[in-house]
Ligand binder design. Structure first.
Ligand code: AMP
Length: 192
């Protein structure tokens, strides 16, 4: 099993790069943002609750996302080569919960790939995505809040994995192909 976390602020290209990596390494993509958006679209109880937080760019409560990931791991763990987590964990509590859920299954995170992109470039990309995809949380005010939430609650998750010597910092600006090669280089260096 190869288990990776794609880490970085909103708009750092996690989703785009995950799509490339799942093909190359035959992994299962788990994006909590995507999972939550399907719950919202299906108007489930969880979705209706989560939407209140998502519309403002706030984090959905830990127990909700942790529960969702737990279900995914239970149903998928023995069917796949490994996972790419995208947009999760976003708090240290989520990271600790993920570590223990994986340990229970005899699994662990191999590497955390942290994409670094400047604030100005991020705002530019997210405003463009608003035009392309029409995501309701890609408005100027909500983008600002999501960046603040990243800095106040999520950035420290990198330290959690740096302590475990699993953090790799990657320059996240440039062409999609160049960034994909930088990520592949890091992945190919695992346990060789
Ligand atoms: P994303 O698509 O990853 O940018 O996520 C969109 C929104 O879903 C976020 O702004 C949060 O409101 C919510 N969300 C996604 N993943 C998480 C998570 N791991 N913890 C809490 N909230 C999340």
């Amino acid at each position: 099993m190869l288990n990776l976390i794609l880490f970085g602020p909103p708009g750092s290209g996690k989703g785009t790069q995950a799509a490339i990596l799942i093909e190359k390494y035959n992994l299962k993509h788990i994006s909590t943002g995507d999972l939550l958006r399907s719950e919202v679209a299906a108007e489930t109880e969880l979705g209706l609750e989560a939407k209140k937080f998502m519309d403002k760019g706030d984090l959905v409560p830990d127990e909700v996302v942790i529960g969702m990931i737990g279900n995914k791991l239970d149903t998928e763990a023995n069917k796949v080569n490994g996972f790419i987590f995208d947009g999760f964990p976003r708090t240290v509590a989520q990271a600790k919960a993920l570590d223990s859920m994986l340990t229970e299954k005899g699994l662990s995170i191999d590497k955390v790939l942290s994409l670094h992109v400047g604030d100005e470039e991020i705002v530019k990309r997210l405003l463009q995505r608003a035009i392309d995809q029409g995501r309701p949380d890609d408005t100027k005010e909500v983008i600002q809040n999501r960046l603040n939430v990243y800095k106040s609650s999520t950035a420290v998750v990198a330290d959690h994995y740096a302590d475990q010597l699993k953090l790799a910092d990657i320059q996240g600006e440039g062409s999609i192909e160049d960034i994909a090669s930088r990520l592949a280089e890091q992945i190919d260096s695992i346990s060789v």
